[in-house]
Design a protein around this ligand. Structure first.
Ligand SMILES: *Cc1c(COP(=O)(O)O)cnc(C)c1O
Length: 228
């Protein structure tokens, strides 16, 4: 199936659901992204800053770019002028840096807190206590140029369905708790980004509002290093 066919399939599947499709285009070249763009897709996710910056410059300016991979504080400045959503905020220090560069660019940058839900050592993210601590901190409360619009999580790789479901439920209940405790009056806190090619159906059942789908749209990733 072509990229356009794959997107159409998702469009049909998501009809009537309150779920946004983020096309994860990492390692895919500009031609593949343009194919998705021509089929109507406007939101793309990338996980490497350099790749994201090159693509943003080369591709249509009405694309909304999401950063979904770990962000080093010294790279925030490169994406601050244009990034639509940073899905992978995993520390107060990073959030402070985003706030600073958003101010320099005279904008407010939307962010999701990445929550660690997988049963693996290697994944980035905050645990529950760290997320609450961040939201309670004076430093966060003083920030004027970021807006936290929800949470993001990555489930364990190759897990049994039951475990994946548990991980998504854990994230959803944390989301509900944080919503009530910190964002009751803010409609903008509404995104729960969970679900990828292998587990998006389960994620939607458990309350996802954003799925991040790469290989199901673009095919299996062959290139490991993108060259513009
Ligand atoms: C690569 C990636 C995805 C997409 O993965 P697929 O399995 O190809 O759909 C989603 N989220 C994050 C954080 C990723 O790094």
């Amino acid at each position: 199936m072509s990229i356009a066919d794959n997107l159409l399939k998702y469009k049909k599947e998501l009809e009537g659901e309150n779920v946004e499709l983020i096309a994860v285009s990492k390692y895919n070249d500009a031609a593949a992204i343009l194919e998705a763009y021509a089929a109507g897709q406007r939101i793309f996710g990338e996980n490497i800053v350099q790749e994201l910056v090159e693509k943003q410059a080369a591709l249509p300016q009405d694309i909304q770019w999401h950063l979904i991979g770990h962000l080093q504080t010294n790279k925030v400045k490169y994406i601050a002028p244009f990034i639509s959503l940073v899905q992978s905020v995993d520390s107060l220090k990073l959030l402070a840096e985003i706030d600073k560069h958003a101010a320099k660019n005279k904008r407010v940058i939307d962010c999701l807190l990445q929550i660690y839900i997988a049963d693996e050592e290697t994944k980035f993210g905050l645990d529950h206590a760290e997320a609450i601590e961040l939201l309670r901190s004076e430093e966060y409360l003083a920030m004027k140029n970021i807006r936290i619009t929800g949470l993001m999580g990555i489930a364990s790789n190759h897990a049994e369905e039951k475990q994946t479901k548990d991980e998504f439920q854990e994230l959803k209940s944390l989301f509900d708790g944080i919503k009530v405790s910190f964002f009751r009056k803010e409609d903008s806190f509404k995104e729960l980004s969970m679900g990828m090619s292998g587990d998006y159906k389960l994620a939607i059942e458990e309350g996802s509002t954003m799925i991040r789908v790469g290989s199901n749209i673009f095919g299996a990733r062959k290139i490991k290093h993108y060259k513009a």
